[in-house]
Design a protein around this ligand. Structure first.
Ligand code: KG4
Ligand code: ZN
Length: 336
């Protein structure tokens, strides 16, 4: 294996993530600064504040991971930075720092697709999944089923036609007054809820195909809340009914994707893959269909630098690198 140590930079949204991945030793160090507190007062990410905060955090975090991994900058052989999709101002911070360091240190740098980072995050675990597999990417911005035959071979099987699963979690949490980002809070509240009080629809399961639609669930939650006693137990019951509906829908489409592709490995990644209930339900695919399911560790489900360092390492090891210009892609399709 060729010597290769990669610095990864993630700044696509509201988390500054930096990591160092080494070809022989694996992940050496990683650090994350979350801007949650900064945006909480506004009920969502304020893009300009996000960009400015990345500027403040990025260099100290790079120093931190170099220090923690006992890496001198001259031992870095390549740089990986998220170039999209995401918030343009936030992305440009990571792109500019990544490209500038690569130029100064005279090493190659590669632009990484944020969702490819999520998709490859389970590769940082032991055992890692092997190709081919079906990937369910469930984040705040995307819900996609992808057939993965090799690195870079990503066939989109289906995706959300409106809100992403994480976005739906966040919006329902907001209308229940759970703050920002609401996904994890809603999942916590759902553990207090009763499954039988409300039944939410499972959108698009009666249509063929592998696309999703989650925006109707948000309206359903709003109507249910407005016509309820609006007490704490109702909140928990709505959280539970909503979570059940999202998870059931994801499970039905995963089953369908696995049957359609005849594959037996499922990888799930992205922020919503941290959801414990989802993980428990997906585990049943093993006894039911002989499917093996792989996840990243919870801290690598949400945005982080480690997944970008790893994805960049894979591309750099393959001899790929990106040109000198600062290019960021707020919208960027992962697959064919
Ligand atoms: O992957 P990620 O950090 O950022 C994007 O690339 O979008 O995903 C963040 C999303 C948010 O919508 C958040 O509410 C959701 O993942 N999320 C969860 C949980 N943890 C994070 N949703 C449901 N249950 C969770 N435990
Ligand atoms: Zn993400």
């Amino acid at each position: 294996m060729k010597k290769l140590r990669v610095l990864g930079i993630e700044t696509s949204c509201d988390e500054t993530g930096i990591a160092i991945y080494d070809a022989e030793q694996g992940l050496l160090s990683h650090a994350l600064y979350s801007q949650i507190e900064l945006h909480a007062a506004y009920g969502g990410v304020v893009p300009e504040l996000a960009s400015r905060d990345h500027v403040r955090r990025i260099v100290p975090l790079i120093h931190q991971v170099l220090h923690e991994s006992h890496t001198h900058y001259q031992q870095i052989d390549g740089i990986a930075y998220t170039a999209g999709p995401g918030l343009i101002g936030a992305l440009l911070v990571g792109v500019a720092v990544g490209r500038s360091l690569a130029w100064t240190w005279q090493i190659p740098a590669v632009a990484v697709h944020h969702m490819e980072g999520h998709l490859l995050a389970p590769m940082l675990e032991t055992p890692a999944p092997s190709f081919p597999f079906v990937a369910l990417l469930v984040s705040g911005g995307h819900t996609q089923l992808i057939e993965v035959t090799a690195i870079g071979q990503y066939k989109l099987l289906g995706e959300s036609l409106d809100d992403a699963a994480g976005e739906a979690f966040d919006k329902v949490a907001k209308l229940l007054g759970l703050g920002y980002p609401g996904g994890p809070a809603l999942a916590r509240l759902a553990t207090q809820g009763n499954s039988n009080t409300y039944h939410f629809p499972r959108p698009m399961i009666n249509r063929p195909g592998l696309d999703f639609s989650f925006s109707g669930l948000k309206t359903f939650a709003l109507n249910t809340w407005q016509n309820s006693a609006q007490d704490d137990q109702t909140k928990a019951d709505i959280a539970k009914a909503f979570e059940d509906a999202v998870i059931d829908t994801l499970l039905i489409k995963c089953r369908r994707a696995l049957q359609q592709t005849q594959l037996t490995t499922l990888v799930i990644a992205g922020g919503v893959s941290a959801n414990q209930q989802l993980r428990q339900r997906l585990a049943t695919l093993n006894s039911e269909m002989g499917i093996t399911v792989y996840y990243p560790r919870p801290e690598f489900c949400t945005d982080n630098g480690a997944m970008i360092a790893y994805a960049g390492y894979v591309h750099l090891a393959n001899g790929e690198s990106s040109p000198l210009g600062f290019r960021a892609y707020p919208r960027w399709a992962l697959s064919s």
